[in-house]
Design a protein around this ligand. Structure first.
Ligand SMILES: NC(=O)C1=CN([C@@H]2O[C@H](COP(=O)(O)OP(=O)(O)OC[C@H]3O[C@@H](n4cnc5c(N)ncnc54)[C@H](OP(=O)(O)O)[C@@H]3O)[C@@H](O)[C@H]2O)C=CC1
Ligand SMILES: O=C(O)C1=N[C@H](C(=O)O)C[C@H](O)C1
Length: 269
């Protein structure tokens, strides 16, 4: 009997899914024990390594998540909000650690994770990289040190396939800035400037989303005052940084009490 945790990847054919399959397969701290795709997907029934265009990995893609989760200790899930809610219930049933990288969830969808988190560990973050989670801490500190003479704007850029805006990371950074400033983000968030908007509202936190080409993920937090500007910046050039963080979270969650956690908990920041 091995104590190396078995991990299932959902959305295995996706950009992150494939990166996660490779990261887990290459790790000596975890075993790849399942790969899930939806019913009717061309990869179902095929070896996931071969489907990815490489060597066989000995794991057949399945459209039966519960059967796969029942053989695993963790599920790493970078899919879409509706799918993630279904996987949360199944991961809780199988008592698997559920690592959620999916972004674009509404507040209602996030609240709907609560029942699952009573039975299993959920680690959820809009960005699993060490760099961004450090940037979140820095943003909170800088915002706490500055007053509203400094206008805060969060600017993000991603590839043209991305379906949600602002990015999960941008929202994490906006939340951190609001927390540092001692305000509620929903009272100060400014997401849609177009036309005759009037002058900038003092204390607002603005969001801007660029979509183009194959940009992996870039985030700036701008603090702009008369006469000076501070820019905090993170640039991801390789999706491996997200996959490594997710694997770290899946391992960290083993043996933890059921509940909801984030990457700040995992990284001890
Ligand atoms: N937290 C983080 O660090 C990061 C988060 N992300 C987030 O991860 C998510 C995925 O990104 P990315 O890999 O680029 O997206 P992709 O579109 O490339 O992949 C999504 C995968 O999820 C599958 N999927 C979607 N809906 C369902 C469903 N209802 N049931 C089963 N499978 C489903 C898709 O299958 P199909 O093709 O059949 O639809 C696909 O395989 C996004 O929300 C993104 O923002 C991305 C990078 C880092
Ligand atoms: O969709 C992506 O690609 C990414 N999504 C995450 C987000 O919404 O912030 C993380 C990363 O920036 C890549």
């Amino acid at each position: 009997m091995t104590h190396i945790p078995g991990i299932v990847i959902t959305g295995a054919s996706g950009r992150m899914g494939q990166m996660l399959v490779q990261t887990v397969a290459d790790s000596d701290k975890a075993r790849l024990v399942g790969a899930v795709e939806r019913s009717g997907h061309a990869w179902v029934g095929r070896d996931v390594g071969e489907a990815m265009g490489g060597q066989p990995l000995g794991v057949t893609v399945t459209d039966d998540p519960l059967e796969a989760f029942a053989r695993a200790q963790a599920v790493i899930d970078f899919t879409a909000p509706a799918a993630t809610l279904e996987f949360a219930a199944l991961a809780a049933q199988a008592r698997c650690v559920h690592v959620i990288g999916t972004t674009g969830m509404t507040p209602e969808q996030i609240a709907a994770l609560e029942p699952a988190s009573r039975h299993a560990v959920i680690v959820r973050a809009g960005n699993m990289s060490l760099g961004v989670n450090l940037l979140v801490q820095l943003t909170k500190k800088v915002a706490a040190a500055l007053d509203e003479d400094f206008d805060i704007e969060v600017i993000e850029a991603h590839h043209h396939h991305k379906v949600d805006a602002p990015s999960g990371t941008a929202l994490m950074l906006g939340e951190a800035a609001a927390e540092g400033r001692g305000v509620d983000l929903k009272d100060v968030s400014d997401r849609a400037r177009d036309g005759i908007t009037g002058a900038r509202r003092r204390g607002a936190i603005g969001f801007h989303a660029i979509r183009g080409g194959d940009i992996v993920g870039e985030h700036d937090v701008l603090f702009a005052a008369p006469g000076e500007r501070i820019v905090l910046r993170h640039i991801a050039t390789d999706r491996a940084v997200f996959a490594r963080g997710a694997l770290k979270a899946a391992l960290w969650g083993q043996g933890k009490a059921p509940g909801q956690y984030d990457m700040v908990d995992v990284l001890g920041l």
